[in-house]
Design a protein around this ligand. Structure first.
Ligand code: GDP
Ligand code: IMO
Ligand code: MG
Length: 422
């Protein structure tokens, strides 16, 4: 399979977890390179549902190595909980999980600041997952963050944490929030550090050693292109580089060692949290929610839904260098009579065929649609491309072409076997 980067081509929750699980079969190592436990990647194995937040989805396959790279922000309490949760249901998590010693650590003051900043923003809030992601990456950029190798060293942890708690308590109390107890946070993090110490290593050297031994690596993107801190709908974004370039900086594997980029996208569009979503549509939201679908895997919030936006996915192909597309949730459109696809945006007299950088302008854009006749037949039992109704095949080909990349996988249900290689 060589080295493959898998990214979300929309606003997150494209079905990356499911596609990663399928592609892991061909890989030796799966690496998470960005984000934190704001991610929620759902994988079904038979009737069993797993939701991964920090641990790569590859953990569910035997004999695969999973790496949490330097670009990830790790909430150690969350990670310990996730490891224990997986072990409880019979998933092995031991030598098959390695965490970068330079990944930054999320502390309770990050979560508290995340929540307080949202309150301050009022109606302009981002709608974050409140996992402390923004403040943790903020500390990383400000060079005041603690990394995993600080967490697992009790002396350094005590020294650095006491200073950080002092500063953050001054800010929190000014904002009207309660100060944190150093003693309590230190005790919790000391215990988590002790638990996690055997998992922590130099993942850059490890990945390069593995590559010299011909290992194939799958880079598991979190969030989506339009949540990227640079290329997304700023400020309604997350705080990391979720796009393909983030796989290099977030793992220490150079661009010329990457062989392929796979973009995952739904056959329609969803977004959770605030910010512009040009093709948002009540009818399709009601339809999908009525089927019990499109509720967030991390926060349980109802996702906003809309028609497929090819202006956005074409832009995603451009900034990520997407070669191949995995189109998921085709079955969500099985009952729709007329399916719309956005092919341009109109803003006053101007027409856009790319995503404008100004979130305000994007929010004011009117989608220009083309229409497709729905196939109105269940697709979930299809196992080959030829099994799909002709109108569904035409729709898939059309949205792949509009997205400027090759159709590689069509997914017609959450299960492994509901995956069609085209
Ligand atoms: P991720 O964050 O990109 O991994 O996506 P999530 O797991 O947050 O959300 C995707 C949801 O769609 C999950 O509930 C998946 O089980 C589900 N899913 C993925 N592919 C398909 C599909 O082709 N059809 C259906 N019905 N569900 C799918
Ligand atoms: P996966 O990996 C969908 C959204 C939040 C919010 C914004 C900022 O499952 O696709 P943050 O907590 O990161 O500061 O929130 O980003 N968001 C996601 N939306 N899927 C995700 O991850 C997301 N991670 C963050 O809802 O709008
Ligand atoms: Mg998700």
């Amino acid at each position: 399979m060589a080295n493959t980067i898998l990214v979300g081509a929309q606003w997150g929750d494209e079905g990356k977890g499911k596609i990663i699980d399928v592609l892991t079969e061909q890989a030796d190592i799966v690496v998470r390179y960005a984000g934190g436990n704001n991610a929620g990647h759902t994988v079904y194995i038979g009737p069993k549902k797993y939701v991964l937040h920090l641990i790569p989805s590859g953990i569910l396959r035997k004999n695969k190595l999973c790496v949490i790279g330097n670009g990830v922000v790790v909430d150690p309490i969350g990670l310990v909980g996730e490891i224990k949760g997986l072990r409880k249901i019979g998933v092995k998590v031991n030598g098959n999980l390695i965490v970068s010693e330079t990944a930054h650590v999320v502390f309770p003051y990050h979560r508290e600041l995340d929540a307080q900043r949202e309150v301050l923003k009022g109606k302009n809030k981002i709608g974050t997952t409140k996992r402390g992601i923004g403040p943790a990456y903020g500390d990383k950029a400000a060079r005041v963050g603690l990394r995993m190798n600080d967490l697992i060293d009790p002396v350094r942890l005590e020294e650095k944490l006491s200073l950080r708690i002092k500063e953050n308590n001054a800010v929190l109390t000014t904002l009207g929030a309660r100060p944190l107890s150093f003693k309590k946070v230190f005790a919790e993090y000391l215990a988590a550090g002790k638990f996690l110490k055997p998992f922590v290593a130099n993942t850059v050297v490890l990945l390069h050693t593995a590559m010299r031994n011909q290992a194939d690596i799958l880079f598991e993107g979190a969030q989506g292109t339009f949540l990227d801190i640079d290329h997304g709908t700023y400020p309604f974004v997350t705080s990391s580089n979720t796009t393909a370039g983030g796989a290099c900086t977030g793992s220490g594997v150079a661009p010329n060692k990457m062989d392929r980029v796979v973009g995952v996208m739904k056959a329609y569009t969803t977004r959770v949290g605030e910010g512009p979503l040009p093709t948002e549509n009540q009818e399709i939201s009601d339809l999908l929610h009525g089927m019990g679908r499109e509720f967030g895997a991390t926060t349980g919030r109802a996702r906003r839904c809309g028609w497929f936006d090819s202006v956005a996915t074409r832009h995603a192909t451009m900034v990520n260098g997407i070669d191949d597309l995995a189109i998921t949730n085709l079955d969500g459109l099985d009952t729709v009579e007329t399916i719309k696809v956005c092919v341009a945006y109109r803003h006053g007299k101007k027409q856009y065929d790319f995503v404008p950088n100004d979130a305000q302008v994007l929010a004011e854009c009117e989608p220009v649609y083309v229409e497709f006749e729905g196939w109105r037949t269940p697709t979930d039992k299809a196992r080959k491309f030829a099994d799909l109704p002709p109108k569904a095949r035409a729709y898939l080909k059309a949205i792949a072409e509009l997205s400027n990349a090759k159709l590689f996988i069509a997914s017609i249900g959450p299960a492994r076997e509901q995956t069609i290689f085209v």
